[in-house]
Design a protein. Structure first.
Length: 165
């Protein structure tokens, strides 16, 4: 008689750690960063190192830039309604300025438009490694062009630089 192999059960159960407390303004401690930022603001709000302004760039296709502009407009305002009333997954958001104690800029300092067809062409390469490389390289080359502009000193971002040669 052939015995079936006995199935071995794992004897090491998963260990679930408690969420760490995060510190926010006024030395308040909470586990959920959304609650902490909404109620108290960032930890460094009263420090001299807290930024007073925010600068950003946008790189994308015309459709992507249009979608970003819609999202950007929503960042400034509070959001209190949750999709399908799922408030646990989508808690109320007080708006970027209230959460981070810094205004959300109306517009990016630089907007760089990518050619949608070239991006689609890169995304359709058969080999997944070549596809990922081509898409990422397309964005990196756009960032390098943006980095060469005069506004670079004003926005103070460190962009990735590829080594030449």
């Amino acid at each position: 008689m052939v015995r079936r192999k006995e199935r071995r059960r794992l004897s090491n159960p998963a260990i679930v750690f408690d969420e760490p407390d995060l510190e926010f303004r006024y030395s308040q401690h909470l586990q959920d960063p959304r609650d902490g930022l909404s109620l108290f603001g960032p930890y460094d709000t009263d420090d001299s190192s807290h930024r007073a302004t925010l600068s950003y760039i946008v790189v994308g296709t015309p459709e992507g830039i249009a979608s970003f502009n819609i999202w950007s407009g929503m960042m400034k305002a509070p959001v209190s309604s949750a999709p399908r009333n799922n408030i646990r997954l989508w808690p109320p958001f007080p708006g970027f300025g209230a959460a981070f104690n810094i205004p959300w800029p109306e517009r990016p300092i630089v907007t760089f438009t990518l050619d949608r067809e070239k991006l689609l062409e890169a995304s359709r390469l058969r080999d997944p490694f070549q596809r990922a490389h081509a898409v990422v390289q397309y964005y990196i080359s756009a960032l390098e062009k943006v980095q060469q502009r005069d506004e670079r000193s004003a926005w103070g971002l460190c962009l990735y630089r590829t080594k030449s040669g």
